[in-house]
Ligand binder design. Sequence first.
Ligand SMILES: C[S@@+](CC[C@H](N)C(=O)[O-])C[C@H]1O[C@@H](n2cnc3c(N)ncnc32)[C@H](O)[C@@H]1O
Length: 630
Amino acid sequence: MPTDGRPQHTGRLELTWTDKDRRLLSFEDGSFQWADRGDYRVSEVRLLHDVTAVGEVGTSRARDNLLIRGDALHALTSVAKIPEFSDEYLGKVRLAYIDPPFNTGQAFTQYDDNLEHSIWLTMMRDRLEQIRDLLAPEGSVWVHLDDVEVHRARLVLDEVFGPASFVTSFVWRKVDSPNDNKVSVTPDHETILCYTKAPGGGAAFARKLDESILNAYGSAAPDGRRYRDRLLKKNGKNSLRADRPTMWYPISGPDGVEIWPIHDDGREANWSLGRRRVAELERSGELIWKQRHAGTTGSKWVPYTREWAPINPVRPWPTIWTDLPTTRQAKAHLTALFPGVTPFATPKPEQLLARIIEMASSPGEIVLDCFVGSGTTAAVAHKLGRRWLAAEWSRATVEAFVLPRLCRVVEGTDPGGVGVTEESVPVSELPGQATISDAAAAARLLSAWADDAPEELGMSSAQLAILAKAAKRLSRTSTRTTSHWKGGGGFRVLDVGPSMFEEEDGQIFLASWAAGDRLAEAVAAQYNFDFALDTPFCGRRGDERLAVIDGLVNDAVVDFLLDWLPQGQLLVVYGTGIDPYAQERLAEMRRGSSLEKIPEAIISNYRQVGRRSAGLNWASDFLESSQAIA
Ligand SMILES: C[S@@+](CC[C@H](N)C(=O)[O-])C[C@H]1O[C@@H](n2cnc3c(N)ncnc32)[C@H](O)[C@@H]1O
């Protein structure tokens, strides 16, 4: 307890909400239910079932682009826990962009956005934790939101990723036409919160290409490289020797005469570089001498430094993005893709995603979006040569938008977005060098004259009006689109499988589908075994072999399995019925091996893991508060 009278402070800065320590179950109809951390319904690893493949796919489904139909919670758990997928995704996702429901209180046609804050925050926290585990050490997460939850989401992100991992919030202008005139303020923007997995990782983002930087380099070397020469003497009248005495020293000119930095008015100035750097420039031929004529006193040598134009002219990105297409244009793209269908309510423009993907990932790296909506992130990642993993829980949205859109991308028949350039071209041929804007200016001038025909033109108002009309016709444009994206690649569609459990009167049973090989596959997934049928075994995990018996496991079964078990391996057996003597026998015959009954063993394993993770939180809270007190 401080003795100087200062109040004692306890606790830490965090956002708290109702049932923050619990987890959340979501259902396809948009409803939710709270669950404890150890509840099998939030912990179970669901199987991923193949639905279809589009375009070119490889032999390993986990290495292909994946569209997963199902709740993000299950989709992300499966890719993080089933070894076939976790080998490809865990700690390897370079960029996660999510555009979750904003909790705006509006009811959209495609999904219910009216979640209560605590539900929304829990849903986000849980999925952000999963995303964090999937991200590569140099990966980043971008969370697209509006004013409703952005401030709360930032605190949740601070909690999950750490405040030092916050890069910035980007502002995207989402409208390009005046908003509802009946209210005084309407939001024109949405916010994208950006965090990196490691603190300070934003420095590695690709910077903005800006060719105009090259304009400052007015000269060209014989090999075509552009450069500019800058005076070595420090510019600015107030740069004086007295301020930086070490920058006042003589340099030998080409004729051997010593040159000092002196202002035109005779005051002693400074060089802009120190002696050592100037010596380096002299050696590399980048200290340039030019002769300056100084009236009657003849000419004198003046030193310059040569600066080469950057090979890659880039500058930092601004955080306010007003130069991108808006929601209206994103919807127009969807309308062009699906004429006659009511466009998806909240699509983002492909160019917005292209900017993010190009800033934060490179070709071949994995881009994740587990709220993929109409499929924008997947479509852009595909066109930009990234691998992608997308999830969407609404089957209707997948069927109406994501799947057909991505098929068009693979076929190369997507009519808009990234990969298509649009330019205005004149409807009719313009004469000579004239441009569309010349024709428009002529039309304006002629119609002004037509109103009040100047005498010296010798034309009537009617004649001038005809000419104005002709000029106007020449100024009319149409849009010419050129498609650079020619299609290619492919993807797989997977379904999140149903639960392997069923519940009746508070009792948990194995679901009727969970039998035979499918039961074996489901059990392997729960315990991170590589599933491989190799009778009588069905999985491997290090030096352990898995056997799942849909029936009673007794001494005879144990002996049979042990007969097949290679030397030096351990046996992990799950049976739907077990004889306690068989457990003892296995422990005796192969120490370290185990035999447990399902589903009880799986359910209790989840409970223990849930208790441990709650315990760990408690322990870290305790540690933190005791350190604060110390
Ligand atoms: C704002 S939209 C995404 C729009 C998308 N960025 C686009 O450009 O089309 C949010 C999407 O997340 C989906 N969604 C909501 N909760 C989900 C969950 N728990 N798992 C997977 N998808 C979910 C909704 O069905 C909706 O399609």
